[in-house]
Design a protein around this ligand. Structure first.
Ligand code: GLN
Length: 482
């Protein structure tokens, strides 16, 4: 067994037992990145030196803990990757955009400082869709990321680099961000586990904002236990994020038990209608059957409002994006055009040259729906629809503990086939965006593959702040599959 085959929790155990050195594991990962990432392009920045220094200092810390290793975090010594829209102090953070191509944050995101204090080694920053806008990781200014299962296919997006890094053994775990599916969908396309926590469960301090009322940082990993262990570290109240819930983190690992007896799982009929690939449908329904065999009670139901989720999401997400991205003006940080004629011309040229086409499309759409005259007709209407969708989910959760469905209508598409028709690409977010509109937690766990061997994910959505039930259900399924 190669070092790279261990799960994050297994690796940390080996490190604490003295069987593997922190630097040895870090070097193994860095070497693997060196050999493999030219074909995948999962990383925008690899921080070799910093990672090796951290590894050395952790090894010293471990020596001081001889005999009481159990006091160290379950992920002590493990190399992790961080999506490139999450700030790491003194490490270039680009959002995969030319406009932030030279941006080096002066502070750590809360999730990063929590991971590092738990003894994680941050090895680098992962590729993504520019400003997390996209579903394929093809809109990056740093080149396309490829799917390790088939390099002709996309890894999904926007956290495609994080998912591809884990799937190819270039990281034991990673942080992603999910505004409308960006953790779950790439996890599904690459065959790894991804969890979007409840809005407010994990601090967004240091996450470069896309749609602030939808964005949530979450863990991605090789299995459910790893993901629960990462969540244990990053969750919990943070005074630096006004929307952070005043709840303690911790104890998600305890939810990794095989028990779904009597658990009520609802399957929205609308999620299995037109547009869903036959093989994906079959595989996801087979997963539901597995959970039923383990004692869960499965029932189909009418959720309602499914067809309004995409228009509401793209209206709200674009509106928030247009406002959030106003700050990139060539003055405060990031790229500035070389030649200009006066202030307005500088703004205009900087933003025209600095942003890619998908980001510009969202800024224009967002500015339009917020403009006077259209605000009521589009933005306000979308907010009302959001409230109705939330009510539909609240009603469903009166009857069910978990809602089960696919993550995406298809497996990973071929590179180059999605961006030509953005509206069609947006439709691919149909099953994931509701969790963001409602703020509820949702997890993607591998449940099979299609005839070409491309991974398929199972999505489980839960009640607000009930990540534990999701983790328990996903864990039970994962074990039943093995
Ligand atoms: N694909 C969706 C979008 O482009 C979701 C992206 C995300 O979750 N960051 O907005």
């Amino acid at each position: 067994m190669s070092i790279l085959d261990y799960s994050a929790l297994e690796l940390s155990k080996e490190i604490k037992a003295g069987n593997i050195g922190v630097a040895e594991a870090t070097k193994a990962v860095l070497d693997h990145i060196n050999n493999t990432d030219k074909n995948i392009n999962a990383f925008i920045t690899v921080a070799d030196e910093r990672a090796l220094q951290k590894a050395e200092s952790l090894q010293k810390q471990l020596a001081e803990y001889r005999g009481k290793e159990a006091e160290l975090s379950p992920l002590f010594g493990v190399p992790f990757a961080v999506k490139d829209n999450i700030c790491v102090k003194n490490m270039r953070t680009t959002c995969a955009s030319k406009i932030l191509g030279n941006f080096v944050p002066t502070y750590d995101a809360t999730v990063v400082s929590r991971l590092e204090s738990a003894g994680a080694v941050i090895i680098g920053k992962t590729n993504m869709d520019e400003f997390a806008m996209g579903s394929t990781s093809e809109t990056s200014a740093f080149g396309i990321t490829k799917n390790p299962a088939d390099t002709d296919c996309v890894p999904g997006g926007s956290s495609g680099g994080s998912a591809a890094a884990i799937a190819s053994g270039m990281a034991y775990g990673a942080l992603g961000s999910d505004t409308g599916g960006s953790i779950r969908q790439p996890a599904s396309y690459c065959g790894v586990v991804g969890l979007k926590p409840t809005y407010g469960r994990v601090s967004r301090y240091g996450l470069i904002a896309y749609g602030s009322s939808l964005d949530q940082i979450g863990p991605m990993g090789k299995n459910v236990e790893d993901v629960a262990a990462i969540l244990d570290i990053i969750a919990g109240h943070d005074k630096n994020d006004a929307t952070s819930a005043d709840l303690e983190g911790g104890c998600f690992a305890d939810a990794c038990v095989e028990d779904v007896k009597g658990l009520k799982i609802g399957i929205p009929k609308g999620y299995f209608a037109e547009g869903l690939d036959g093989k994906v449908k079959e595989t996801v329904l087979a997963a539901a059957k597995t959970l039923e065999e383990k004692g869960a009670i499965i029932e189909e139901f009418d959720l309602g409002f499914e067809e309004y989720a995409i228009p509401a999401y793209y209206t709200i997400a674009s509106a928030e994006a247009s406002s959030n991205l106003e700050r990139f003006d060539g003055i405060k940080y990031g790229y500035r055009t070389k030649e200009f004629n006066g202030l307005h011309n500088m703004y205009k040229k900087t933003r025209s040259e600095g942003f890619g086409p998908e980001v510009k499309r969202r800024i224009m759409l967002g500015s339009f729906v917020l403009s006077s005259g259209y605000y009521d007709a589009y933005y306000l209407k979308a907010l009302k629809v959001r409230a109705l969708i939330k009510e539909a989910f609240d009603r469903a959760f009166e009857k069910y503990d978990v809602i089960l469905g696919p993550v995406a209508p298809t497996t990973a598409p071929k590179i180059g086939t999605s961006l030509t028709d953005p509206l069609k690409m947006y439709l691919g977010d149909i099953y994931t965006i509701s969790a963001n509109l409602c703020g509820i937690p949702a997890i993607s766990v591998p449940c099979g593959s299609d005839d070409s061997g491309m991974p398929i994910g199972l999505q489980l959505m839960g009640k607000m702040f009930d990540e534990k039930t999701l983790i328990r259900t996903a864990y039970t399924f994962e074990k039943a599959r093995v």
